[in-house]
Write a protein that binds this ligand. Structure first.
Ligand code: PLP
Length: 423
């Protein structure tokens, strides 16, 4: 019996012993096609020589230097690179070790921004019902996954929640997309007003919903409307791009395609592409200037922030994406994969929707295509799909209707950007 507390306490997963390109290999010699990049992590596939070489070089140079004492060239370079590529207004980067930490950091940075502006009364975040922002207490509190939240509910801050932007399920009959979008924005505005705009810190959302919905893109003007409401009431827009960011949707940041700039952006997964645990929060320059001219410090910090080897991995990932023009590749391969999924599944009786952006695609599974009725959650269809796929040597990322039982199972696909058309 393994001494590791694995995700399932009943099962020890296969042991990964090697990885090359889009494949992983286990200790029994079986090969798996990584069609989900783990959980949308491995954007360059496995064993990428350039990333490994950059990490080796950094370990030889300086494996660790505590950020209370030093900065490192590689962390500075990574921050410069991220700011240069970020949406308008982003002025600084805080480097952490993963997605939950990135969201925790964003929440605290947002709160401190208002405290330093003399607005201590701002203590509320508004978020969406269908969302996942991480498993630490702050991130879990803003997340909308009831199944994950339930046992810890007494430990979590109260978060008013609004509907996600999920046109396939929630647009009413006879409603146009524009009317549906307006309905969602009306609900958000009503929620801000009910809470009292002067009490609200920020609105958190994933630009393209990942784990809790399966690559759900927003309607065309949704985030423009969100930005306008945040501006109207002086609250911050926090974009969680932990899963959908860093090129996964065909642009470096998913929100670029919505034509708006968030105040804070959390990224992780694809940032280190699995080569190192690293996440980051990108912050609007005005937020940082207020702290700089105020207390002069961000009241936060972890031992491994700005880790040089993780930064070297992330910087190398950025280099490869640029050098090999991989964003264009994501757009092309994404279009191909989507077309192929359509060819195979568009008339499948249990595939209700095929959606996504770039190489971030999903199938939503339904019992009945006409009524969009989901399969019963007790069936645990997603678990069966994952097991069957693994048996066949294929990694996909299925999730069940964990939101309110009404949402269906989906299968998320997020293959490495280096995937070939044949693969
Ligand atoms: N935010 C989003 C959108 C995610 O998908 C995830 C992880 O799946 C997280 C935050 C948490 O990231 P991590 O698992 O690296 O802590």
């Amino acid at each position: 019996m393994s001494r590791i507390l694995h995700r399932s306490l009943h099962q020890t997963p296969p042991m990964a012993v090697g990885g090359q390109g889009i494949c992983l290999r286990d200790s029994q010699g079986k090969t798996y096609i990584d069609a989900s990049g783990g959980a949308a992590v491995s954007s360059l596939g496995h064993g990428h020589p350039d990333v490994i070489a950059a990490m080796h070089a950094q370990i030889d140079r300086c494996a660790y230097a505590h950020t209370a004492f030093f900065t490192t060239e590689v962390a500075e370079q990574l921050a410069d690179r991220l700011v240069a590529r970020a949406p308008a207004g982003i002025g600084a980067v805080y480097l952490v070790s993963g997605g939950s930490e990135a969201m925790e950091t964003a929440l605290k940075l947002a709160r401190q921004y208002f405290v330093e502006g003399g607005e201590d009364q701002r203590s509320l975040f508004i978020a969406r019902r269908q969302s996942y922002h991480g498993n630490t207490l702050g991130a879990l509190a803003v997340g909308g996954n009831e199944w994950r939240r339930k046992p810890f509910a007494p430990l979590l801050m109260d978060v008013p929640r609004v509907a996600p932007c999920y046109e396939y399920r929630d647009r009413l009959e006879g409603q146009t997309t524009a009317q549906y979008t307006a309905m969602l924005l009306d609900e958000l505005e009503a929620t801000i007003l009910l809470a009292g705009p002067e009490r609200v810190i920020g609105f958190c959302a994933e630009p393209v919903v990942g784990a809790t919905g399966g690559a759900i893109p927003p309607t065309p003007d949704y985030f423009r409307g969100v930005r306008a409401l945040c501006d109207k009431y002086g609250i911050l827009f926090i974009a969680d791009e932990v899963m959908c960011g860093m090129g996964r949707t065909g642009t470096m940041f998913a929100i670029e395609q919505d034509g708006v700039a968030p105040d804070l952006i959390a990224v992780a997964k694809g940032l280190g592409a699995g080569y190192a645990p690293i996440g980051a929060v990108l912050a609007n320059g005005a937020i940082i200037e207020r702290l700089r001219s105020g207390s002069g410090t961000f009241l936060h910090g972890h031992t491994y922030i700005g880790h040089p080897v993780a930064a070297a991995a992330a910087l190398a990932v950025q280099d490869v994406i640029e050098r090999d023009d991989l964003l264009v590749q994501v757009q092309k391969r994404g279009a191909t994969l989507r077309r192929m999924l359509g060819d195979v599944f568009a008339s499948h009786p249990h595939v209700g929707d095929i959606r996504g952006r770039g190489l971030f695609l999903a199938l939503e599974l339904v019992r009945d295509r006409a009524t969009r009725e989901p399969f019963a959650p007790e069936l645990k269809l997603h678990a069966a799909i994952k097991a069957k796929a693994m048996e066949c040597g294929l990694m996909v990322y299925p999730m069940g209707g964990t939101i309110d039982g009404r949402r269906g199972d989906h299968v998320l696909l997020a293959p490495p950007f280096i995937v070939s058309a044949a693969q």
